[in-house]
Ligand binder design. Structure first.
Ligand SMILES: [Zn+2]
Length: 110
């Protein structure tokens, strides 16, 4: 999943993202250690952050893509009627899953 942190440079303070395999802070500690040292993509300065300072945000790209697919398949299968209800629940389901995954990560500190 994608994790975010803010740059430590006072003149920058912009948001950066890192891609990790872990879905909670315990796995994250095993994966990258207790602190990250990452180079800011905006100003190039190195930022040191404790992993408790990293936060997750739901990825809306996947439900967004699912939504587009749902619209397309609904149009293609319009005659079947019930399909529109069925296809609409898929992106909503994915969105809720992404949202829950992110808030579950943010809740647990180590
Ligand atoms: Zn920066």
């Amino acid at each position: 999943m994608k994790l975010y942190y803010y740059c430590s440079s006072p003149s920058c303070k912009r948001e950066n993202a890192i891609q990790v395999k872990a879905t909670n802070r315990y796995d994250l500690k095993n994966e990258i250690g207790e602190e990250i040292v990452e180079r800011c993509k905006h100003c190039g300065k190195h930022t040191k952050r404790h992993i408790n300072r990293l936060f997750a945000k739901p990825n809306f790209l996947i439900p967004g893509f699912a939504f587009v697919m749902a619209v397309v398949s609904t149009l293609l299968l319009w005659d079947l009627g019930f399909v529109s209800t069925l296809t609409a629940t898929v992106p909503i389901g994915i969105w809720m899953y992404e949202d829950r995954k992110a808030s579950a990560f943010n809740k647990v500190m180590i």
